[in-house]
Ligand binder design. Sequence first.
Ligand SMILES: Cc1cc2nc3c(=O)[nH]c(=O)nc-3n(C[C@H](O)[C@H](O)[C@H](O)COP(=O)(O)OP(=O)(O)OC[C@H]3O[C@@H](n4cnc5c(N)ncnc54)[C@H](O)[C@@H]3O)c2cc1C
Length: 319
Amino acid sequence: MSQVLVLVEHGDGAVKKVTLELLTAARALGEPAAVVVGPPGSAAPLVDKLGEYGAATVYVAESPDVEKHLVTPQAEVLASLLGQTSPAAVLLPSTAEGKEIAARLAMRTRSGILTDAVGVDADGTATQSIFGGAVVVKSRVRTGTPIVTVRPNSVTAEPAPARPRTQEVEVTLPDAARGATVLERVVEEKGSRPALTDASVVVSGGRGLGAGENFALVEKLADALGGAVGASRAATDAGWYPHQAQVGQTGVTVSPQLYVAVGISGAIQHRAGMQTSKTIVAINKDAEAPIFELVDFGVVGDLFQVVPQLTEEIGKRKG
Ligand SMILES: Cc1cc2nc3c(=O)[nH]c(=O)nc-3n(C[C@H](O)[C@H](O)[C@H](O)COP(=O)(O)OP(=O)(O)OC[C@H]3O[C@@H](n4cnc5c(N)ncnc54)[C@H](O)[C@@H]3O)c2cc1C
């Protein structure tokens, strides 16, 4: 069975959830092989988790150079592995970084690329949701090795324990890959909430909140559900919430198990970033709001009455 290379996203000694989703998707296409690119010592703490989700091989590409350059080390390592292993496909997370690595890899190896897939079938057919989700496209790469980026949260990660063998891979960076050097890294201070793109529950607030301080309602609901907080562009443009939380065409794309839209009308640009969510709930006082076209459960009502009651009820049920 051919290998399917999966680029591992990791940080702080842990595998990011999207990698487990990619390993799950990879199993349909061939034998999953995880590729860890990082500074020396970064792979060892990850191997067990990667094995738990079916990685039969873990390629370890460690070098102090990795942290000095953005994306090029990953692209170089994958290009070299692609030459050595002739995999059935390469899967990467559909993040800004993952897509850039995928594009570089596709150029380097003259392969076809599909980005923002929300699913990959056993025959390599990828499903994409485009034009703000109005159209579903099925595509298959016909040139070179299929390189597919998969949106976080579109595949449910399922364990399939394997005992991975590890194999070291040399990190060789030609001059062209050293063109830009990272001078400093500033780590964003994180609260206790999950990251927006990883979260299985996202509660987003929009202009209906009326003021930045009312985002406290959204935060309390998100905390009751163990979720992340998102926002519409109207809310972030108004300075009510940080731009990093913007969900939509020009913000982050999320695909959680549960998306709760609070005081958001459901403009096409917002829908583009959340409509592949598994269950969508909206609270809006306007029964005609377009968001209600895509909800699984809608509440027509004043968010200032509904959200506190909902948060309280969830709190009670959690005991
Ligand atoms: C090129 C481009 C890119 C864009 N990218 C994005 C993007 O990435 N993300 C994004 O979100 N937008 C984006 N937009 C903006 C988008 O078109 C909308 O303007 C925006 O999503 C509207 O945000 P909203 O739903 O919060 O506000 P509104 O459309 O003003 O909706 C507010 C909603 O709150 C409801 N409401 C008001 N008061 C209450 C209350 N008390 N209780 C309950 N409900 C209440 C109203 O009925 C209304 O439906 C983009 C626009 C353009 C042109």
